[in-house]
Design a protein around this ligand. Structure first.
Ligand SMILES: [Fe+2]
Length: 343
């Protein structure tokens, strides 16, 4: 509050105005105003800790001025001055935020008392305000730190799970780094589609984890060169379900569970595990299906040699609307396909 409290006395009568100044000026910085307009002018040019305000004034009356002061500088304390006849109005003023009232003619003791009370309350509210600001600042810093820590945990988790999937990939693999290329191609498709930053983030996570369920498929089936028996194929078909079950308990990966579960659905509804059709298959899962198939076709697999990019384009066109979402095929055909890969 500074060395001395700043007080504004507002009264249209000279007598009480000057009496208050005399009482207070030794201990406080006192300004006076003879009307509501002049008081507002003072308030617009400087800060006051306490305003002592006559209720009966021409033009702007005390209650209206009280409302204006409280609206403009809510922390400034206001004491009303009233005559015996208007104690009712004074109590009304208290309900509207005035701290107290002085009854004319006032004595020195009650003036000092009420001023000290007002300034103490003003000091308290300033102290509380600064404490609150400090707490809010500390809280903000804490929230930022927690968010940073959460992001770190998620990043480490994704790195760990990603290397786990890479290990699964190596167990399966027609070539190494299948997962990385599926992620890359899915991201290219997503960008071409104009997905939001958040959608791209989810697509990336899902593309990384799409085959995590293969962890539950025996290696001899994954690596089998001859055609699979119906029974073996049924086991392979479990991997999106196993993957979704692995991811489900992880809270921050909830949104990608459907993408993992449906990445082997076909656009015409003949895929697995649930035979979802067209737009019923989540967009991210449709994107991963295209990216997965493109990379598989370009790679040397136990049961088929790698195709040329021209052959892959042909296959995409051929299966647009049956295996693949035709809109995604159109986008994929616009992109440069990577060269075919031999082991
Ligand atoms: Fe898969």
């Amino acid at each position: 509050m500074g060395e001395r409290g700043r007080i504004l006395v507002v009264d249209d009568e000279l007598g009480p105005r000057e009496a208050l100044r005399m009482i207070l000026q030794d201990d406080y910085d006192v300004s006076t105003a003879h009307s509501g307009e002049q008081a507002l002018d003072h308030l617009s040019r400087g800060e006051f800790d306490l305003v002592i305000l006559d209720i009966r004034m021409p033009n702007i009356n005390g209650l209206d001025l009280l409302a204006k002061v409280k609206k403009r500088v809510p922390d400034t304390e206001v004491v009303m001055i009233t005559a015996y006849a208007s104690v009712d109005t004074a109590t009304k003023a208290l309900r509207h935020g005035a701290l107290d009232y002085l009854i004319k003619p006032f004595d020195r003791k009650s003036v000092i008392e009420v001023v000290e009370k007002g300034l103490a309350r003003r000091a308290d509210s300033r102290f509380m305000k600064s404490k609150l600001a400090e707490l809010q600042q500390a809280n903000k810093a804490l929230v930022e730190e927690i968010e940073r820590a959460c992001r770190n945990i998620q990043r480490h988790f994704m790195e760990t799970v990603s290397s786990l999937v890479a290990a699964v990939d190596a167990k399966d693999s027609y070539t190494k780094s299948h997962q990385k290329r599926v992620v890359m191609f899915a991201m290219l498709l997503g960008a071409e589609l104009g997905l939001s930053v958040r959608e791209m983030e989810l697509l990336q996570q899902a593309a990384i984890l799409h085959d995590i369920g293969k962890i539950g498929v025996p290696e001899q089936i994954l690596r089998k060169k001859a055609s699979l028996t119906v029974e073996e194929f049924n086991i392979i078909k479990q991997h999106p379900i196993i993957g979704a079950e692995i991811i489900s308990p992880v809270r921050f990966l909830q949104e990608i569970v459907p993408l993992i579960l449906h990445h082997h659905e076909r656009f015409d509804g003949t895929g697995y595990p649930q035979g979802f059709k067209g737009p019923a298959v989540p967009l991210g899962a449709r994107i991963i299906a295209v990216a997965d198939a493109v990379d598989a076709m370009l790679s040397d697999r136990p049961y088929a040699p790698p195709k040329t990019t021209a052959e892959v384009r042909e296959q995409l066109r051929l299966f647009a609307g049956t295996q693949f979402d035709p809109q995604l095929v159109e986008l994929a055909l616009k992109l440069d396909l990577p060269a075919r890969r031999f082991p």
